[in-house]
Design a protein around this ligand. Structure first.
Ligand code: AMP
Length: 374
């Protein structure tokens, strides 16, 4: 829960999130809301807890539920999860590069391919105002063709016209040629540096001149990651710089950049089903004494890093071996009265038709060595 005033100040009063998408609990002067996103909350927490104290740059991450009162559909939920990172403290293109490289590397590690990065720079506050003027000029001749909402947006927050889903509004905004002419020399050099860094890492992106990200707190470099398999809700994640958020919240100059993935959409985009890790060994006991020993062995194996499981059923040896087979383990370790008397275990190699006797004290080393030889 956060106070609604935080999001009004950070995201902006005219954004969809603040106007329509928050679950609000009425209470006194400053209502409470279920957080719709976490960057504003992190900035608040950073300031309240003095998290920057003694650090030039703090790198934070979060994974947690967010709430937006939207009409649910595929890929759009009322409660979903953000996996986000923030780097707070500096304005430096190399930090932006590291952050975008991290997003790219995470996606690969999640087993997602065919995603697309689009980027833009909104520039500093002066540039952003110039950009808004340029948009206003180019849109003014189309004003009467825009939907009623966009006509209002033109007066209140022109950038939001670019997010309109109306077909005619889309056609109009798509036809505009804005480029990045509003960028001052410093902001242009910054953007070029970030792009050169991404080129060096071989990260593909497209510069899209009308990518603005709807929230007020963004400035400078912004980006979005989409995936073609997701249909109309195709954004996997998004981010950018928010150097002026701390000025807005606390009158402090603190550079910051971050991004958030939508966890549920990542799952939709993962083309391969995640691999289920099979245990390497399965311990089968017959009788109470054997069970006590078996549980000890499971613990020893796990402590030494071998993944294994124990058969707790009352079934016959045959049914227990069937279970081991179903689980796809490499070794079934069998203990019965005979084995207890001999101080030895029977290790059955499930993929081969062989079995070996191994002393109680050697079982961990034996399984380790057999795994290494595999
Ligand atoms: P945003 O703050 O809207 O840019 O959100 C970042 C990411 O969170 C988006 O790119 C989506 O992947 C995901 N996301 C946003 N809203 C929703 C939602 N209502 N349901 C599921 N995922 C969402």
């Amino acid at each position: 829960l956060e106070n609604i005033s935080l999001f009004k100040r950070a995201l902006g009063d005219t954004t969809d999130i603040v106007q329509k998408q928050m679950f609000v609990f009425k209470q006194g002067d400053d209502d409470l809301v279920l957080r719709p996103e976490a960057t504003a909350s992190i900035a608040r927490a950073y300031l309240e807890n003095n998290l920057g104290f003694g650090f030039k740059l703090r790198k934070l991450f979060y994974i947690g539920p967010m709430f937006r009162a939207e009409r649910p559909q595929k890929g759009r939920l009322r409660q979903f999860h953000h996996i986000g990172v923030e780097a707070i403290g500096l304005t430096n293109p190399n930090v932006d590069i590291e952050l975008i490289e991290l997003a790219d590397r995470l996606l690969r590690e999640f087993g997602i391919s065919n995603y697309r990065f689009t980027m833009n720079s909104l520039g500093c506050l002066k540039d952003k105002a110039k950009f808004a003027d340029l948009l206003k000029d180019s849109l003014s001749k189309h004003k009467k063709d825009l939907c009623a909402d966009c006509q209002r947006r033109m007066a209140k927050n022109i950038f939001r016209v670019l997010d309109c889903k109306n077909k005619r509004c889309r056609e109009i905004t798509d036809s505009l040629k804005i480029g990045q002419s509003y960028l001052c020399a410093d902001c242009k050099a910054y953007f070029d540096k970030v792009r050169a860094g991404l080129d060096k890492f071989g990260i593909n992106y497209q510069v899209k001149d009308k990518l603005v990200r709807g929230l007020d707190y963004y400035s400078g470099v912004v980006f979005e990651i989409t995936h073609p398999a997701l249909g109309s809700q195709d954004a996997l994640g998004a981010g950018g710089r928010y150097d002026y958020l701390f000025r807005e919240l606390a009158n402090k100059e603190i550079g910051a950049v971050g991004f958030a993935f939508g966890g549920e959409r990542l799952i939709l985009a993962i083309s391969q089903k995640p691999k289920v890790r099979k245990p390497d060994a399965y311990v089968i006991s017959l009788g109470d004494k054997a069970t006590d020993k078996g549980l000890e062995i499971v613990r020893d194996l796990r402590i030494s890093g071998i993944s294994c499981d124990f058969d707790y059923s009352d079934g016959s040896l045959k049914s227990k071996l069937n279970e081991a087979n179903k689980l796809g383990v490499k070794f079934a370790i069998i203990i019965g009265d005979d084995e207890i008397n001999k101080g030895k275990l029977a290790v059955k190699f499930m993929q081969e038709s062989r079995q070996e006797e191994v002393g109680f004290n050697n079982i961990v080393d034996f399984i380790k060595a057999s795994l290494n030889n595999n």
